[in-house]
Design a protein around this ligand. Structure first.
Ligand SMILES: C[S@@+](CC[C@H](N)C(=O)[O-])C[C@H]1O[C@@H](n2cnc3c(N)ncnc32)[C@H](O)[C@@H]1O
Length: 447
């Protein structure tokens, strides 16, 4: 057993301490605490351990309210009071920027948090298994494929929880074959529910190895009868041995292909495979940050790269001369076009394709946008995209990211390419977890 002070938060929510200059990740330890630790794993560059005793306790330590907090792994910070979570998230961002840019004292604002940091998620995507004759649905326990049977989740909206539970019981009542990962047999693999907080509309996606589903008609009728909020019932066919949730093809079983959600006074129609932010009230705050950072006057051409269903571009469109979006998911691009029309916007266009291919190609053809906004997946921007920004000398670049490490790394490349980081605004889209979203404004330095 060793004793050590906890200096900071790790990217997975663990406490980080040092023992004889070696990094030690300690589960559920809080920065500022002094702990006795049992080492469970030693690697070349780091070690892991569990708290045996807390020798100096953080005043921000609280009892995690979720009964499966330790087993589930979905949340990592429920044992830390919310104001401290927000401070630690800002520190995570600061740490990433100082590591990659070598700069201290960057303009990183306080994390924008929620007043009520629970029940905020509008989408649940849960694997289903059969365990001892029971249909079980939940999260995988950390680093395993064992499901923790969940009866509800404190960060999910209660309607989402209820719909999932009804769907699970319906599968059990009708003895629909559940997918067995080891044997690659059975049908239903995942249940995905998305719920509109404002519209009260729900979409249920049954991810299935088999297509059509066993007892498809009766299953459809029962789900419609039991779930009043349902407007869209979709089957996604995923016949592969894969850890990817969605397969390539979706089919509407009943109702519409999309469900709607409203953010502020804009309405968005969402197809099953399309990305949409998980926390609607914080999304409005994030998009308002993007609007401020973009600094539009009504005359600019704006690129909304990695546009999903077109949300950010549509948010900005009222102050832009033109919006051009792109995304790799064809269904999302169709949604984006329809969403622009539904919101009375006729100066937006959307393209299917990879941002790191389209922007460089357009740049070579002479395209010069005034403002580029990018909201890529966790992996960050492709190098070709960054080089196209630098080459075209885009005056303002607004970078939205849910991964401080790739964000800071990409920003460091942009700084070397002639950009200056003006503001970094962390936004808490995922309370109780170690994730943090940021909106960063970079401006081209002109001599
Ligand atoms: C974090 S989401 C952001 C979506 C949207 N901006 C929003 O706020 O809802 C990232 C999006 O990037 C898309 N995507 C992934 N790789 C891409 C690529 N190489 N080029 C363009 N879009 C991509 C995904 O389909 C997804 O819609």
């Amino acid at each position: 057993m060793i004793r050590l002070p906890i200096r900071s938060l790790g990217i997975n929510g663990e406490g980080v301490g040092y023992y004889q200059k070696q990094v030690v990740f300690v589960d559920e330890a809080i920065p500022g605490e002094y702990v006795a630790v049992r080492i469970t794993e030693v690697k070349k560059k780091f070690a892991r351990g569990n708290i045996q005793r807390i020798l100096k306790r953080s005043s921000s330590r609280v009892t995690a309210p979720c009964p499966v907090y330790q087993e589930c792994g979905g949340c990592q910070l429920q044992h830390i009071a919310y104001p401290m979570q927000l401070r630690l998230k800002r520190e995570l961002v600061e740490e990433a920027f100082s590591r990659y840019t070598g700069k201290e004292g960057l303009p990183i604002h306080e994390t924008l948090g929620m007043e009520e940091p629970w029940s905020y998620r509008n989408k649940a995507q849960l694997p289903v298994q059969k365990q001892q004759g029971k249909v079980v649905m939940g999260m995988y326990s950390p680093s395993s494929h064992r499901l923790i049977d969940m009866k509800g989740c404190l960060v999910q909206h209660p309607v989402t929880d209820r719909i999932l539970d009804i769907a699970r019981r319906t599968l059990a009542d009708l003895s629909i074959p559940i997918y067995d990962e080891r044997k690659h047999l059975g049908s239903i693999r995942h249940l995905v529910v998305r719920y509109g907080f404002e519209t009260k509309e729900a979409q249920l996606v049954l991810i299935s190895k088999e297509n059509p589903l066993p007892k498809e008609k009766v299953l459809q009728q029962e789900l419609i009868r039991r779930i009043p909020e349902l407007v869209s019932l979709v089957v996604n066919h995923n016949p592969q041995r894969t850890s990817l949730v969605f397969g390539e093809k979706s089919r509407v079983l009943w109702g519409q292909s999309t469900m709607a959600e409203q953010l502020g006074d804009r309405v968005f129609h969402l197809s099953a495979p399309a990305f949409f932010q998980l926390n609607p009230s914080q999304t409005v705050r994030l998009y308002n940050e993007v609007m401020n950072a973009a600094g539009l006057t009504g005359h600019e051409t704006v690129v909304d790269a990695y546009c999903g269903t077109g949300t950010i571009g549509i948010w900005l469109a009222q102050k832009a001369a033109k919006v051009i979006g792109m995304d790799t998911i064809a269904e999302a691009v169709v949604d984006a076009r329809e969403n622009a029309i539904a919101n009375g916007i006729d100066h937006a266009e959307y393209h299917v394709g990879a941002a790191e291919e389209l922007l460089p190609r357009w740049a070579d053809e002479g395209f010069r946008p005034d403002v580029v906004v990018a909201d890529p997946p966790r992996t960050g921007l492709g190098n070709a995209f960054i080089q196209a920004l630098i080459r075209t000398q885009v005056a303002r670049f607004v970078y939205v990211s849910c991964n401080p490490s790739t964000l800071a790394k990409d920003c460091a490349t942009l700084v070397q390419g002639g950009y200056q980081i003006r503001t970094i605004q962390p936004v808490d889209m995922f309370p109780q977890t170690a994730q943090v979203e940021c909106c960063v404004l970079l401006e081209r330095v002109t001599e």
